[in-house]
Design a protein around this ligand. Structure first.
Ligand SMILES: Cc1ncc(COP(=O)(O)O)c(C=O)c1O
Length: 362
């Protein structure tokens, strides 16, 4: 296609597509041997029974998966004490987030997110041509309830917050969420991707409030990021509308089997969650000794302010040269931070000794 023709094709696209930049073309895949601490995976094997369910499901490879994810939704409803029509299932919670934005926002509408937050939401709002309002956390990362109820966010079609939050790792007491949902007449979406590492969860509020939706995933707490299993819980009138708009056969057979199996083997993960919290504490202590300032975390990652003199990008590059991947953020106010996922003891030892080497070489 000639460049003139390409320009004419692009300019005929939607406003969103016209303004977007294409993804960079020459990205290389990460080294398979790197210490990957940048996307908050849970690098542990699946319990044997869960693994076996995945292999058994593969034998039915020629069949379509069950439509509307019925068995998986029923299993989740049973496990969490809800009814099946209060549950939607998806390829990770990010698919469900996308569905919520598509179903509930028209161009020109506004949506509000607690900020800093999970930046994928910004892109989803942009895709809908919606205004994305970022509401800053209150002091010590508390929920600014009055501001959400009375400020510009009061006109948002929905308000989204992650609890615990990414990238800060902070946690808001469930009573504060209860108060916000109670006093708001808007939909509040609480993304509980990291809840398995937190002291409490808001699922019990679903039966009490028709304007609350909760998202969960098996990517972080259940070592199944590559299988893609997520859930949304809420009022049947809202969940039913989302299910109606969902792609047919959205999940696959293996996702169904693994999801159902994890739901009945959740207790097998207790040890894993204890291990991650222990490593989280060990890494927090070590980083503090090297001059980092670590925000107390309720997740499987840490957000750490780097010591004065360098910025997040510098640390990212220095660790990258040692084949260790951590996350950095372009957002204002986060330039001096790196986010480190909590991995195995061996991975964390490698990370801590790299930080020691880098600190000593300064
Ligand atoms: C806050 C939050 N929500 C949702 C997701 C999406 O997770 P998944 O699509 O794997 O379920 C992530 C992933 O990093 C996240 O950090």
């Amino acid at each position: 296609m000639s460049d003139a023709k390409l320009q004419s094709v692009i300019s005929a696209l939607t406003q969103v597509a016209t303004q977007l930049n294409a993804m960079p073309t020459s990205q290389s895949a990460p080294d398979a041997n790197c210490v990957k601490l940048n996307t908050n995976e849970n690098p542990f094997p699946l319990p044997m029974m869960v693994m076996q369910s995945a292999l058994a499901a593969l034998e039915r490879h020629y069949m379509y998966p069950e439509d509307d994810n019925l068995s998986l939704r029923t299993a989740a409803a049973d496990a969490y004490g809800l009814s099946q029509d209060q549950v939607i299932a998806g390829n990770g919670s990010s698919e469900l987030l996308g569905l919520i934005y598509r179903a509930f926002l028209s161009p020109g509408d506004s949506v509000a997110m607690m900020s800093p937050g999970f930046s994928f939401n910004r892109k989803l709002a942009m895709l809908q041509g919606a205004r994305f309002l970022e509401v800053e956390w209150g002091e010590s990362y508390s929920l600014p309830t009055e501001q959400l109820l009375l400020g510009p966010a009061k006109d948002a079609k929905f308000i989204l917050l992650a609890n615990p939050n990414n990238p800060t790792g902070t946690f808001v007491p469930v009573a504060e969420i209860d108060r916000l949902v109670d006093q708001s007449n808007r939909l509040i979406v609480v993304d509980e991707a990291y809840v398995d590492f937190a002291p409490d969860d808001a699922l019990r509020l679903v039966d009490r409030h028709s304007n609350l939706m909760i998202l969960r995933t098996f990517s972080k707490g259940y070592a199944a990021a590559g299988i893609r299993v997520g859930f949304g819980f809420g009022h049947p009138e809202l969940i039913g509308r989302l299910r109606n708009l969902q792609n047919v056969f959205n999940m696959n057979l293996i996702g169904h089997a693994v999801g159902i199996s994890i739901l009945s083997h959740r207790a097998d993960y207790d040890e894993n969650h204890r291990y991650i919290k222990h490593e989280r504490q060990r890494a927090t202590t070590a980083l503090s000794q090297f001059g980092f300032s670590v925000i107390p975390s309720h997740t499987n990652f840490l957000l750490a302010r780097v010591p004065p003199g360098q910025d997040g990008k510098w640390w990212h590059a220095s660790l990258d040269r040692r084949n260790i991947l951590v996350a950095v953020f372009p957002d204002d106010g986060l330039e001096n931070y790196i986010r480190i996922s909590i991995g195995t003891k061996t991975q964390m030892d490698t990370f801590i000794s790299a930080v020691r080497d880098i600190s000593e070489s300064l």
